[in-house]
Write a protein that binds this ligand. Structure first.
Ligand code: ADE
Length: 421
């Protein structure tokens, strides 16, 4: 087990990280307002908050906000490839927040870092993918009695936590930040949409116009990716397993077909399902020369890397974040960001303006857990509606947008049932 107080790649990167953190902060007005209030009210004082998140400029501003609220904090990475080393350095050097995260860390170091954060004996956990909660339950269960609750940021993590709750294994309440409207309708759609395309373009610099672009999964993330690929002139094909989503995709004007069929047509493939082995050997075997594979789901399991390796006679790193696999028979396929989240491994993740809302929800939920008298059941809970609406209101105000208010007559009409034709 680690004994150091932080573990980052290179502290001398801190000045560059600080500049980028400050730049991101300019796009995060809701979080800024919360930070200012937290500074005065200190609603998190006495809390020890362990966070397992992508260590980005946006996360740094969340950490500043939680620290302003009076919490003691420690952060580790939620993915071995998503850490921005300059940001990790600045959090340590400029903001005195312990960080355990190094871009490219191996699996053992990743879990050493998760454990180092847990050493703080958290009262609140904040997860992106549920590795903190699962390590706490499976390896550090003696710490659970101190934990009053936690938050989960992403779809994959919520699925894991619901599975734990369903078999009675979840031992403290979790608020699913992912399910807040002001999170998934924006971060998952506009964030993943833009940042996934950003990752693919940085890794490959290809032209999207005229390409056959296959998106596996038509949840909020898939919708965002499809929408932005279409906007750049690609012909989008959707692969789904849920009939309603497949139907929606068809009525949005996309071609819908099984992956086995799309495999032969696609130039670019993106997985955003939260499930495993979505693109497998049998599909890769049917792909065109030069097909590009990218994953934007949380874990690197959506494209079967095992199958890809087994089918290949050689691998070359042809550009940063782009590997070329030579298949038996001589064809090539290309893999973005080692099959890890393309938007964070090959780009900088979602833009700050959308993380503003996600992380405003995180901050307000931390405050809710710290200050609420209500004992929550050991289940996965929604974000309180009042918080969701508050975040939307603050974001609209920050964007200088006003909306209408119901008149008294309209309120009465909505509350009545007698009035018909
Ligand atoms: N998840 C996706 N984009 C992110 C970002 N910019 N920061 C933290 N977590 C993210």
């Amino acid at each position: 087990m680690m004994t150091v107080e932080y573990d980052v790649a290179d502290e001398s990167l801190a000045p560059a990280g600080k500049l980028r953190i400050e730049w991101a902060d300019r796009q995060m007005p809701v979080l800024q307002q919360i930070r200012e209030r937290f500074e005065e009210e200190k609603p998190l004082s006495g809390e020890r908050l362990a966070a397992c998140l992508h260590v980005t400029t946006e996360t740094a501003n969340l950490m500043r906000t939680l620290a302003a609220g009076g919490a003691e904090i420690a952060v580790c990475a939620s993915n071995p490839l998503s850490t921005q080393d300059d940001v990790a350095a600045s959090l340590v050097v400029d903001y005195e927040i312990p960080v355990f995260a190094i871009c490219g860390e191996d699996r053992d170091t990743y879990y050493d870092h998760v454990n180092a954060v847990l050493d703080m004996k958290p009262t609140i956990t904040m997860d992106d993918g549920a590795d903190l909660v699962s390590t706490l339950h499976s390896k550090r269960s003696e710490l659970i009695e101190d934990v009053k609750g936690g938050m989960e940021e992403t779809t994959t993590g919520v699925i894991r936590l619901r599975s734990m709750a369903a078999v009675g294994e979840l031992r403290y309440p979790i608020i699913s930040v992912n399910d807040a409207m002001t999170k998934h309708l924006f971060d998952n759609r506009f964030g993943t949409g833009q940042s996934t395309i950003d990752g693919i373009l940085r890794a490959t610099n290809i032209l999207l116009a005229g390409k056959q672009f296959v998106v596996c999964g038509f949840g909020m993330c898939g919708r965002g990716v499809a929408m932005r690929a279409h906007g750049m002139g690609a012909n989008v094909i959707i692969c789904e397993v849920e009939p309603v989503r497949g139907l929606e995709a068809a009525m949005e004007g996309y071609r819908v077909m099984p992956i086995a069929e799309a495999a032969e047509i696609g130039d670019i493939f993106v997985t955003v399902t939260g499930d495993t082995s979505v693109i497998r050997g049998e599909h890769i075997a049917r792909m065109k020369e030069g097909a590009i594979l990218a994953n934007s789901g949380h874990f690197d399991v959506e494209v079967s890397l095992k199958d890809l390796r087994e089918m290949s006679t050689g691998v070359r790193q042809v550009r940063p974040s782009l590997q070329e696999f030579t298949l038996q028979g001589g064809r090539h396929v290309y893999l973005v960001g080692e099959g890890r989240l393309a938007n964070l491994a090959a780009a900088e993740g979602h833009p700050a303006a959308v993380m503003d809302m996600s992380f405003a929800n995180q901050s307000l939920c931390a405050e809710f857990l710290a200050t609420s008298d209500v004992a929550l059941a050991r289940e996965v809970h929604p974000v309180p509606e009042e918080i969701d609406r508050r975040v939307a209101g603050l974001k609209l105000a920050a964007m200088g947008i006003e909306i209408d208010e119901l008149t008294e007559e309209q309120k009465e009409y909505l509350a009545s049932w007698e009035l018909g034709t």
